[in-house]
Ligand binder design. Structure first.
Ligand code: SAH
Length: 453
């Protein structure tokens, strides 16, 4: 679909896309592949047995654990969790993500945010809330666009709110976004565990949970966040649906294995849909609860959420996997040394979001970025760049983000919007003489193609 955006939105898109920028800075990625780049340091090796020990003593004490509990412990255990103790992102880490590949990604999302803020009538307050901000690169690229479009944002009070479970990553985010202008809270019980200020004077706050982010008009971003949340796994058997659990291998006590629960669990009776056709399903209730909270906040306070991740629309079965040493890694081997992830089921998120909020997507990353004008942005950067190696890197990072066999079709964009944002203009049935029409809502950028004419 080709959509003509409002005049103001077109102008702001053009101002960002046609800004010459610094092409060399547009490329962060050097030579990587998606979710590859895993090099476990000797330090990781040292920590590995403690996670296994922790899990085996838990299983010995209370019996086999759910896959969701396994995933939660391995990734976010406050002492030995993979996310809590590692910096796993980027060329020297375990995997690479779109914002780390090219700053164009963040620039286009910055335009999306301002376009949605304008679509809501340009409220006086704009909270940008990012869930799982990694190194803070996406937020940094977005804030640069905000700065470029200062005159558009006018007197709106803009603030940045980061929901991050990892103290190690929060320190990296703070360094990237505020330099030394940040401080940890005095007590561990504070909902805001770190505060800072960017060089342009924007307040930044860090929270462990979304619940703690203050109410108000907000644009929420979640890039590769939902795939890190724990999933329950269920298997269809002759006796009905059974939950898949993690147990100690009786023949190798220092190894874990999957088992199928002999009888229904609370989760298997609650989470599998009555009309489910697949033989195996993964359900992420924590993701569902977060989407419900986003939906409630958007309906009550206005705003939008943009969720970008690996995903499917309720069709895939077993997607739980680990990544280590540039390879797929068995999810139960040396827990804590590798990233664990499961594809996001967008049909589940749509269902739990409820009817009060509007859902758009999922659309592929390729389509979303093309709709946002990535081709134009690439051409502008190439025009202002003569260095052959930087030109080559610009082209390869564009290819990585958009090529269907790379990230272009593996990643999807999905959005929750206030219902007024996409409501059809009201027609008054019965009043034949009614001439006045309310204006049609602006199309949602990224989900409809932009036009510059
Ligand atoms: N969005 C970033 C990072 C993705 S990795 C990017 O695309 O580059 C996942 C991020 O989510 C990390 O920052 C991790 O620490 C954070 N995270 C994982 N589980 C979390 C949870 N339950 N609550 C808050 N943050 C979480």
């Amino acid at each position: 679909m080709r959509a003509f955006l409002g005049g103001k939105t077109q102008q702001l898109v053009s101002r960002v896309l046609f800004h010459p920028g610094r092409p060399s800075a547009a490329v962060r990625w050097r030579a990587a592949q998606v979710r590859l780049l895993c090099s476990s340091s000797s330090d990781d090796e040292k920590h590995r047995p403690s996670m296994l020990r922790h899990l085996t003593s838990k299983i010995k004490a209370t019996g086999p654990i759910t896959v969701a509990e396994y995933m939660r412990e391995v990734l976010t255990n406050p002492v030995t969790g993979y996310y809590v103790k590692n910096d796993m992102l980027g060329p020297d880490g375990d995997f690479i993500t779109s914002p780390e590949i090219s700053q164009i990604f963040g620039e286009l999302l910055g335009v999306w945010i301002i376009s949605e803020w304008m679509g809501a009538g340009g409220p006086k307050q704009l909270q940008l809330v990012e869930l799982g901000p990694g190194k803070g690169s996406l937020a940094a690229d977005i804030l640069r666009v905000f700065n470029q479009l200062k005159s558009v944002l006018g007197v709106a009070s803009v603030s940045l709110h980061l929901v991050e479970v990892s103290p190690a990553l929060s320190r990296i985010q703070a360094q990237n976004l505020t330099g030394t202008q940040n401080q940890e809270a005095d007590s561990e019980d504070e909902p805001v565990y770190r505060r800072g200020e960017t060089s342009t004077g924007l307040d930044v706050s860090w929270y462990r949970r979304l619940d703690d982010v203050p109410a108000g008009f907000s644009i929420f971003l979640a890039h590769e966040f939902f795939d890190a949340l724990p999933v329950h796994k269920f298997q269809r058997t002759d006796k009905g649906w059974r939950e898949v659990l993690v147990d100690i291998d009786p023949e190798k006590p220092d190894q874990l294995r999957f088992v199928v629960a002999p009888s229904p669990t609370l989760a298997s009776s609650t989470f599998v849909q009555a009309d489910e056709k697949r033989h195996h399903v993964e359900v992420c209730p924590e993701g569902g609860a977060i989407v419900q909270q986003l939906a409630r906040r958007i309906t009550e306070d206005g705003g939008a959420a943009l969720i970008a991740d690996y995903g499917h629309d309720g069709t895939k079965t077993d997607t739980f996997r680990g990544f280590k040493d540039h390879q797929l890694h068995h999810v139960l081997a040396s827990p804590g040394s590798a990233d664990l992830t499961a594809d996001v089921d967008f049909s589940y998120l749509r269902r739990v979001a409820g009817g009060d909020v509007a859902c758009v997507g999922p659309v592929t990353q390729r389509l979303f970025l093309k709709n946002m004008g990535i081709d134009t942005r690439l051409q502008v950067l190439l025009r202002s760049c003569s260095d052959p190696s930087t030109r080559q890197q610009l082209i390869s990072s564009y290819d990585m983000l958009t090529n269907p066999s790379k990230m272009g079709e593996r990643f999807h964009f999905f959005s929750l919007l206030h219902p007024s944002r996409i409501a059809k203009p009201k027609t008054s049935a019965g009043l034949k003489l009614e001439k006045k029409k309310s204006p049609a809502p602006l199309p949602v950028a990224g989900f409809a193609e932009l036009s510059f004419s």
